[in-house]
Design a protein around this ligand. Structure first.
Ligand SMILES: Nc1ncnc2c1ncn2[C@@H]1O[C@H](COP(=O)(O)OP(=O)(O)OP(=O)(O)O)[C@@H](O)[C@H]1O
Length: 224
């Protein structure tokens, strides 16, 4: 479903974010992307969503070469992806139901149907009873779960979550991870980046990046 073939990314002469990265992620897998800050995790995720393009090598998503994807193809790709990225803030002047409906409304979905689906998405992340609250009335962990609801309201085939537990305490982080794992359990392919080693406990598959390179990991198939 996601293939990287010798992918490198150089932002400038002295900023190489990825070096010759090759990997495969199959449909329905839950994969953690681990590594310290600056290792290239965000860059790798951005390439899957065609936010960044490879400097060399090939990235294939849904059988499509991202490096060759023209502008018209980008919305079609992104509609199949649920993106939970750090820079995508919630709109503070709208309640969380309105925030969750937004991705549907921008694609022209009728309001009533969008509201129904947004409510179902909020229910899945355990926040339906807060539908009328505004983002700033929620804790960081709750806001992150709204971001998940907003990302899954379009029923994506792949969820990309970039450091979804950053700045959360253990209890809030576990709730966010549980919400993501629930989508994996119904067949959605999930890629979750983290620099928090505790998040990796029990992970079936961990991809580890350091200085833009894949490093071997003994966590593959590791037990809880
Ligand atoms: N737009 C950009 N222009 C120039 N350099 C960049 C850009 N984005 C990232 N980099 C550099 O590429 C390297 C990898 O960054 P990236 O954000 O992918 O790492 P990361 O593992 O996600 O880190 P973090 O966990 O801190 O977000 C870093 O050295 C970073 O400074």
């Amino acid at each position: 479903m996601i293939e990287f073939h010798s992918v490198s990314k150089q932002y400038s002469a002295d900023a190489t974010a990825l070096r010759e990265v090759s990997l495969n992620i199959d449909k329905g897998e839950l994969v953690y992307l681990a590594g310290p800050s600056g290792a290239g995790k965000s860059t790798l995720m951005k390439m899957i969503a065609a936010i960044e393009r490879p400097s060399s090598g090939r990235v294939i998503v849904f059988g499509q070469d991202i490096g060759k994807l023209g502008k018209p193809g980008i919305p079609f790709l992104r509609r199949k992806l649920g993106l939970i990225f750090q820079h995508q803030r919630l709109l503070n002047d709208r309640n969380i139901l309105a925030n969750t409906m937004l991705p549907l409304l921008v694609t022209g979905a009728p309001k009533a149907g969008a509201e129904q689906r947004a409510r179902a998405a909020l229910d899945k992340v355990g926040l339906l009873d807060r539908a009328k609250a505004h983002p700033l009335e929620l804790s960081g962990g709750e806001q992150q779960r709204v971001a998940i609801a907003r990302a899954i309201v379009n029923r994506p085939q792949i969820i990309l979550a970039d450091e979804p537990t950053a700045n959360l305490d253990r209890v809030a982080a576990d709730k966010v991870l549980d919400a993501l794992r629930a989508f994996h359990s119904v067949g959605v392919t999930c890629l979750i980046s983290t620099h928090d080693e505790q998040v990796l406990d029990g992970a079936a598959r961990v991809i580890r990046l350091e200085h833009g390179q894949l490093v071997p990991t003994d966590r593959v198939g590791g037990a809880a």
